[in-house]
Design a protein around this ligand. Structure first.
Ligand SMILES: *[C@@H]1O[C@H](CO)[C@@H](O)[C@H](O)[C@H]1NC(C)=O
Ligand SMILES: *[C@@H]1O[C@H](CO)[C@@H](O)[C@H](O)[C@H]1NC(C)=O
Ligand SMILES: *[C@@H]1O[C@H](CO)[C@@H](O)[C@H](O)[C@H]1NC(C)=O
Length: 505
């Protein structure tokens, strides 16, 4: 097992409302209405019900236990609904059901999925967790995915009620555009409220006329509405994906902002831009310029956030931004490469964003300062000393990439120390550790997806990943088998220096 190295985990674990980890004993309870599924009967039973909700749970999960009586009560009410709504559950913690849980991308407990059309349509349940809430949410999910607006009063009311409303305006309901709209609505109805009409005059005009056919969203942020004319499934979904998050999202404790942040971090293909500020910096001019850029560039798949030294402290630490360089813009692209503009001001940010888009902004890599003392058996390497202590050392360096919070790394620490002491008499070997949360790696030869990750960088310049057991014996035998000799290393290090010179970071 390794500890996962993901940005999302680091920032947002507390923002994901459904992720439970309490470990109490399971409580026995009476079950009548909720159907229990398992890997054997799952697909058969799903095929028998046009609309079925499946809860993936774990017996030890506290949130699941809180949900159980409410879910059961809702199941009793909903089975009488016309058309019937069936509630089911799967113990995703049970070994034989784990494949099923992975098929449905279950990442936390409880996870609820709505399955329709014999399981062909799969949607996330995003409703409340009390019985009444579950009932009213699911009743809305089972009818047609979009309802018609027939009067100006209905139009006005729909716009007022929904935080985010999607309206399709069509010449007729026989059109291809309407069919496309309905199929997008079926897919995304748990995210948004959909309505349609053949008369645009039923809708608030805002400051722009409504064309036909088109899709207009009314949102309670930014300009208050956005229009879209290209009605293909992909284009409509992309439009909704872009406009459903404000141009600028704030790192703060507001649950609405946290929900938007969770959405942003759920979209791996978007670049993420941060404006980092001192919490005492009250000037709005920079935020204004940043906001204007956000409005222009969000469609280029960049999401914009603002974090200050109070509410955004974790993010600022995570990226290793120094206080004296604030205000600072940082972009993390989809390949997790980072670019920064330190001491940002209203005069330099627009041209810096242009450089970034043109591929001209230099990459940013963070490093801890080299330690003053480094005389323990296991040496400390930071990004700034990686070259000197590893690549150009001419030695065989066993390098552990770790995170301070990772339990598996803590277990490994005394073992590594024993290995280092045992091999102290061999001048060609160094055992070292690298805090990969405080230092970027910046070298594609080290692929660190989790902690701890171990590599041997040999005296001859080979990079050998370690996949063995984390025991003293196995580690020593791995080093002995793979190490290069010091004589060979002289030439090897020359070759590396040349390569380095060409490939400066
Ligand atoms: C699944 O549930 C059915 C019905 O309760 C039972 O007959 C079957 O043995 C279960 N299968 C597994 C793998 O537990
Ligand atoms: C902001 O200023 C106050 C008072 O001057 C100070 O106590 C506080 O630490 C400052 N906060 C930050 C984040 O610099
Ligand atoms: C190292 O390079 C020198 C000349 O640069 C050469 O004479 C020698 O054989 C090389 N040694 C090894 C081990 O390749």
């Amino acid at each position: 097992m390794r500890c996962l190295a993901t940005l999302l985990l680091f920032f947002l674990v507390t923002a994901l409302p459904w992720t439970g980890s309490a470990s109490e004993e399971p409580v026995a309870q009476e079950e009548e209405h909720v159907i229990t599924l398992n890997a054997t009967n799952f697909h058969d039973i799903v095929k028998q019900h046009p609309f079925i909700v499946v809860e993936f749970y774990a017996p030890w999960c506290g949130h699941c236990k809180n949900l159980a009586p409410e879910y059961e009560k809702a199941a009793g009410i909903l089975k009488e609904n016309d058309p019937p709504i069936v509630l089911a559950k799967v113990d995703a913690n049970e070994e034989s059901n784990k494949e099923l849980a992975s098929e449905y991308s279950v990442r936390g407990y409880p996870t609820l999925k709505i399955l329709e059309d014999k399981g062909a349509i799969i949607r996330d349940y995003k409703g409340p967790r009390d019985a009444d809430g579950i009932v009213s949410y699911l009743k809305k999910q089972v009818g047609p995915p979009s309802s018609e607006i027939l009067t100006a009063e209905e139009g006005q009311k729909a716009v007022e009620e929904a935080d985010f409303l999607v309206v399709g305006i069509f010449k007729s309901y026989d059109s291809e555009e309407y069919k496309t709209f309905i199929s997008v609505a079926s897919e995304l109805r748990s995210d948004f409220v959909f309505k349609h009409t053949v008369d645009g005059s039923f809708l608030p005009k805002k400051d722009s006329d409504i064309s036909v056919p088109s899709i207009r969203v009314y949102k309670k942020f930014d300009e208050g509405y956005s229009d879209h004319k290209e009605i293909t499934g992909e284009a409509v979904k992309e439009f909704l994906r872009v406009v459903s998050i404000p141009y600028v999202v704030l790192f703060n404790k507001d649950p609405v902002q946290r929900e938007y942040l969770a959405k942003i971090f759920d979209q791996p293909d978007d670049a993420k831009a941060f404006l980092f500020l001192d919490a005492n910096d009250t000037s709005d001019a920079l935020k204004k310029v940043y906001g204007d850029l956000a409005k222009d560039l969000t469609v280029k798949s960049i999401r914009f956030m603002i974090a200050d030294t109070e509410d955004g402290q974790n993010a600022i630490q995570y990226f290793g931004v120094k206080k004296e360089n604030l205000p600072c813009i940082l972009i993390q692209d989809k390949n997790e490469k980072k670019y920064t503009l330190e001491k940002a001001n209203t005069g330099n940010i627009a041209s810096w964003f242009k450089d970034y888009l043109d591929g001209k902004a230099p990459q940013f890599l963070k490093s801890e300062p080299a330690p003053d003392k480094n005389d323990e058996p296991v040496k400390i390497v930071v990004l700034d000393t990686l070259d000197e202590m590893v690549f150009k050392s001419g030695k065989n360096v066993l390098l552990e990439f770790y995170a301070p919070w990772c339990g598996h790394c803590k277990n490994l620490a005394p073992i590594l120390e024993e290995v280092a002491i045992e091999l102290q008499s061999d001048p060609s070997v160094t055992i070292a550790k690298y805090d990969a949360t405080a230092n970027d790696i910046g070298d594609a030869r080290f692929d660190v997806q989790g902690y701890p990750t171990l590599y041997l960088y040999t005296a001859t310049g080979k990079v050998v990943p370690y996949d063995g057991e984390r025991t003293k014996e196995d580690l020593i035998s791995f080093i002995q088998t793979n190490k290069g000799s010091l004589e060979q290393s002289v030439n090897a290090s020359q070759t590396i220096s040349e390569a380095d010179a060409k490939d400066e970071l």
